[in-house]
Design a protein around this ligand. Structure first.
Ligand code: GPV
Length: 831
């Protein structure tokens, strides 16, 4: 980034970029200029989208100003850098977050008001990039936010999917998928970098020959090639540095087009172009499930290949040698999705840069670190040797060589044949396949889980053999969330009340929230606290009424279950609870029930039969309950369609109760659990994932615990679990389960929920029946506490006050210190 030209250099100097505070007048002028010159509109004919775009471009200028300054500073300091490789990102809307980070929200609101434009309407206009499925993608975006804020020199690499996660609509209560055209109105936050582009090759064959000096030389002759072009979105930290999210888009290589064109075969040329662009066309909407599809592997290799070439370019540009790569870069693998990076870096070093295998392996193994996000067997990535070998023949050879050397190491340590087979990167049972978690573990210097419990289980179960072999390679970094987005931006009422009492330090130092504890006993504060919650609930109720037609009374208990639909997350356990309440009310036994609104949200993978049926079950129960005069003001049920970051930002601030009810041992961490508690919701949860640590922080008296713990789950399963026996012994449970196939749902249709019914009675793999009674009883206790507003308010305040640990700033601090060994670089912002 060294500029030769003195004049240019001085333009970028701190002094000239100087004042970062923008006045209302300056914002107004800049905004109008963007409207005129940026998009050629005058206010009288401009649409909301024109205004939104003009404002986004105005804000982007300020963001870039900070970003270029960070770049200069990082380059000057020659500091260590981090590349975060993730196949998914869920940034959420940029505008509100950038305004907060620039600290110009109010000035902007006023500037626009003077032009008769409502900031809220423009915020509403933004279409978010849905480039991820759920928790994993959102975590990646939280981490970019914190890396920017802390001043960690970093780049987030990923894929610029043209179509992100589908938009979910409901058709007769079933999920229907609609393609997500997030780029339809353009994307003012990104800039294309046509000069940052790399070639990516696929297929073909390899040849093993010799160099002039007699050393081995492998050449790979691919049968197709595409080009990846960088699209950069600046990610700004709070009152701080900016980093970049660099997403790759696949395009045809010009030369390919030309040859066909010259032969007059215009259509063939265009077809090639379309085929190339296919690679980044659409996000696979499976969360924690393998697609096994060739195109998915292509996507993974495509973005990894571009990213590694870019990292090497940046490294060499600084005049460094490749064998020092690990001293200057750490590359974090966000789950195994980018783990093909291990053989790819080996290939680049050995085949393209003529490094010896041993040296290349040393560099590789000191560069990568791997984060595991799941223990679910169906989510542990495996690629068939046949498919991988066909698409990436050279990589398959390299994987075999890595494995050969690794297994030799084990033999030298006198491992048994059985252990070796278990640990091998190649799974030889059935069709040969590559275990990507093993590849990532062998190729990394650190492996981490995402909550204390998950990391313990990772070491004792899924990667047990590896943890025994290399104990110091394993560590835990408990997840965290971007509290600026999920509290400051999305819950301004609460944020203001907090700042009034303890100042604004919590924005960059979340543990400061502790200062709120002493207000839990302050009557006036408690009332204001609950008043903010009520206002948020009124807002959400309005939104729900618009979207679903269902009217919620904001004084009801808002009991919320939002996340991807998965059997292990047990949305259907919540349904069983609702049915039990409904039946109690119908049988005149509803005394202890506090009026409750049950709010669900979440997408199901389009091919996940049971998840889709659970959505239908929820909407079906909603239909029944909401239209039954007898239970009218006692129970309401809604399924809010198309849960997204944008929706989430409305939902968390309005929740009273957070449902974190996965079967213990299945949820690696969860991050929604943190967002709820941070917004003052109380949690009902199992001892799963980060729930364990949340409970520890907020105090067990402020957390509603139920159900079996991980060890009990394992014992139960090992000793033979018989759901039918539980059903047989519990009368109320019987009534609830029978109800599913009674025909009272869905106008006499007794078959529609039979698959759910049969699954629960015959297998119940996630132990709903086992945990049912414990859940029902804990919910009774909750309804009782709810009837004491003072007690509830105190617990809510204490929850927020004690959530300091769960900021992604803390997580990133730990990654920086324990894994990356990188020092934050704070760019001076002259004020
Ligand atoms: I692997 N997670 C996800 O959203 N998608 C995936 O493909 C995989 C993991 C989630 C886990 O389920 C959550 O428990 C966790 O909080 C989140 O990743 C972030 O670590």
């Amino acid at each position: 980034m060294k500029t030769q030209n003195k004049k240019i250099e001085s333009y970028f100097s701190h002094e000239s970029l100087g004042g970062i505070e923008l006045s209302k007048e300056e914002i107004k002028t800049a905004f109008l200029e963007k409207l005129f010159y940026g998009i050629g509109r005058i206010p009288s004919v401009a649409t909301t989208n024109d205004f939104y775009t003009a404002l986004a471009l105005t804000v982007r200028d300020q963001v870039f100003k900070r970003y270029v300054r960070s770049l200069e500073e990082y380059a000057e300091l020659d500091s260590r850098g981090i590349a975060y490789l993730s196949a998914e990102y869920l940034p959420g809307p940029h505008l509100g977050n950038n305004l907060l980070n620039l600290e110009i929200t109010e000035e902007t609101r006023e500037a626009l008001a003077e032009l008769d434009i409502d900031l809220e309407a423009l915020l509403e206009q933004e279409v978010e990039p849905g480039l991820g499925n759920g928790g994993l993608g959102r975590l990646a975006s939280c981490y970019l936010d914190s890396m920017a804020t802390l001043g960690i020199p970093s780049i987030g690499y990923g894929i610029r999917y043209e179509f992100g996660i589908f938009n979910q609509t409901l058709k007769e209560g079933w999920q229907a998928e609609v393609t997500d055209k997030w780029l339809h109105y353009g994307n003012p936050w990104e800039v294309v970098r046509p000069e940052i582009a790399f070639e990516v090759r696929f297929g073909g064959r390899t040849e093993h020959g010799k160099n002039e000096d007699g050393t081995l030389k492998v050449t790979w002759t691919p049968d197709s090639e595409v080009k990846g072009t960088a699209y950069d979105t600046p990610i700004l930290g709070y009152n701080s540095n900016g980093i970049v999210m660099r997403l790759w888009k696949a395009e045809a290589i010009d030369s390919f087009d030309f040859s066909a064109y010259n032969m007059g075969d215009y259509y063939r040329a265009v077809e090639k172009k379309m085929r190339s662009e296919n690679i980044t066309k659409v996000l696979y909407p499976n969360d924690e499930n393998l697609s096994g599809k060739e195109l998915r592997l292509k996507q993974q290799y495509f973005f990894v290949c571009c990213s590694l070439q870019d990292i090497i370019r940046l490294h060499l540009m600084q005049g460094r040698k490749l064998n020092t790569l690990s001293e200057k870069f750490s590359i974090q693998l966000n789950d195994t999705h980018p783990s093909i990076a291990v053989p790819e870096l080996m290939r680049l070093l050995v085949d393209e840069h003529d490094m010896e295998w041993e040296e290349a392996w040393h560099v590789t193994r000191h560069t990568f670190a791997y984060t595991n996000h799941t223990l679910l067997p169906e989510a542990l990535e495996k690629w068939s040797v046949h498919l991988l070998g066909r698409l990436l023949p050279r990589h398959m050879e390299i994987i075999y060589e890595i494995n050969r050397r690794f297994l030799n190491e084990l033999r030298e340590k006198h491992y048994t044949g059985e252990q070796i087979a278990r640990m091998s990167i190649i799974d030889e049972r059935g069709e040969q396949s590559v275990r990507m978690a093993h590849l990532a573990t062998v190729g990394s210097f650190k492996v981490n889980g995402v909550s204390r419990l998950h990391s313990r289980l990772l070491k004792s179960q899924v990667l047990n053999d590896f943890a025994d072999l290399w104990p110091s390679q394993f560590t835990n970094i408990t997840n965290g969330v971007a509290h600026r987005r999920f509290l400051a931006v999305s819950n301004p009422g609460l944020a203001e009340l907090i700042s009034e009492k303890i100042g604004k330090q919590w924005l960059t130092d979340l543990p400061q929230l502790k200062g709120l504890e002493k207000y839990a006993d302050d009557v006036d504060f408690r009332e204001r606290w609950m008043q903010v919650k009520l206002q948020n609930k009124i807002g959400l109720a309005r939104h729900i009424k618009e979207r679903t037609g269902v009217e919620l009374d904001p004084s009801m208990l808002f009991d919320v279950h939002v996340k991807r639909i998965h059997e292990y997350k047990r949305q259907h356990l919540k349904v069983l609870h609702i049915l039990s309440l409904y039946l109690r009310l119908k049988n005149g036994k509803g005394e202890g029930i506090s009026p409750t609104a049950f709010i669900f949200g979440g997408k199901a993978a389009p091919g996940y039969f049971m998840a889709k049926r659970i959505i239908k079950l929820i909407t079906s129960v909603a239909e029944l309950v909401n239209n039954d005069k007898e239970v009218q003001d006692r129970l309401k049920v809604v399924f809010l369609p198309n849960f997204s970051v944008k929706q989430a930002q409305r939902v968390y601030p309005a929740a009273d109760l957070s449902e974190q009810i996965s079967m213990a041992g299945k949820e690696a961490s969860g991050t929604g659990n943190m967002k709820f508690a941070l917004n003052g919701a109380l949690t009902i949860g199992t001892l799963d994932g980060a729930n364990v640590e949340i409970r520890e922080e907020v105090g067990e008296e402020n957390f509603f615990l139920f159900g079996l713990n991980t060890e009990e789950v394992q014992t139960k399963k090992a000793s033979g679990y018989h759901p039918y026996r539980i059903y047989d012994r519990n009368e109320e449970l019987q009534e609830v389960i029978d109800f599913l196939i009674s025909g009272e749902l869905e106008n006499g249709n007794t078959e529609i929920f039979r698959p759910v019914h049969d699954n629960l009675l015959q297998q119940d793999p996630y132990l709903l029946l086992e945990d049912y009674q414990s859940y029902i009883e804990k919910m009774e206790e909750i309804h009782e506490v709810w009837r004491s507003p003072v007690k509830w308010a105190k617990m809510s305040i204490l929850n927020v006050a004690r959530m300091g640990k769960f900021s992604s700033d803390r997580s990133i601090h730990e990654y920086a210190e324990e894994i990356w060994k990188v020092e934050p670089v704070k760019v001076q912002l002259s004020k």
